[in-house]
Design a protein around this ligand. Structure first.
Ligand code: DGL
Length: 275
């Protein structure tokens, strides 16, 4: 693996759109001296309804762009991409690759007391079965109920995080999930766009259900990996932070401001080499 001690290169972060910024914020909090470069493939979001081959192809094209920025580590900050393309990305990448599914599963397994977890995610992530498998690997006795929420990513990408449409959609999906298993005590946000809807989600599920996501545990996994490789950046100069999108830059910035934890760098235009 081509990672160096004290490696000054950036961490590359990929999502289909703005959702991965929830993971990026956590990476910045946990690893403030690391440089980052983020790519959102907004022009082709949502990935959720696409078939696995297409998700794999688009993700590899995004990763190819990130690899050209010379990162030391890649984070697939998208559950849909992780659940269907992690192996392909690992095979194509000269640097280590972390996904968000295992960290999300670890967070859910650590949270549940009664051994019943609900997962909300995109249609592709639900269909892949990646979460039930990863939660089972974390702790085998946990019962997992899943609910696909195809309308949520388009709402978040449009910046609609607290209006009537968002409220109705979230209430509808959570109603279905709670009907399937009224006994869950943990709800895992299995899509990196959903933490933006957390206030709404928490209001609807009530206090007896803990809402967890993969952002914090993914940042923890990145920290552990860099430490294991002694590859943390040691440079005393400030790190660089870049954000790029394949989509409309004005729209990206407007929505990104809702998700980011601080001022955003100017968003760059990224052109992916597609075949
Ligand atoms: N943030 C992506 C995820 O975590 C959203 C996928 C999509 O574009 O539908 O699944």
């Amino acid at each position: 693996v081509s990672v160096r001690a004290g490696d000054p290169r950036a961490i590359g972060v990929f999502d289909s759109g703005v959702g991965g910024l929830t993971v990026l914020s956590e990476l910045h909090r946990r690893l403030p001296n690391e440089s980052t470069v983020y790519l959102g493939d907004n022009a082709r979001a949502p990935y959720g309804p696409r078939d696995a081959d297409e998700v794999r192809r688009f993700t590899l094209e995004g990763v190819d762009w990130l690899l050209r920025q010379d990162p030391k580590l890649l984070v697939l900050a998208c559950n849909t991409a992780t659940s269907q393309a992690l192996d392909a990305v690992r095979a194509a990448s000269p640097v280590p690759v972390l996904g968000v599914v295992r960290p999300g599963a670890v967070a859910a397994a650590a949270s549940t007391r009664v051994g019943r977890v609900g997962v909300i995610a995109t249609a592709g992530t639900v269909r892949s079965g990646a979460y039930p498998a990863a939660i089972d690997e974390a702790q085998s006795s946990i019962v997992v109920s899943q609910q696909a929420c195809p309308d949520l990513v388009p709402l978040v990408e449009a910046g609609q995080t607290d209006d009537d449409a968002a409220r109705a959609a979230v209430a509808g999906y959570l109603g279905e999930l709670l009907l399937a298993d009224p006994g869950i005590d943990t709800l895992l946000l299995g899509c990196t766009h959903y933490p933006v809807l957390r206030p709404l989600i928490e209001e609807i599920v009530g206090r007896s259900v803990a809402v967890v996501d993969s952002a914090f545990t993914t940042a923890l996994a990145a920290e552990d990996l860099l430490d294991a490789l002694t590859a943390r950046r040691v440079d005393l100069r400030p790190p660089t932070r870049r954000i790029a999108s394949t989509g409309d830059l004005g729209r990206f910035s407007a929505v990104a401001r809702l998700l980011a934890d601080g001022p955003l760098p100017p968003v760059e235009a990224a052109e992916l080499a597609s075949d």
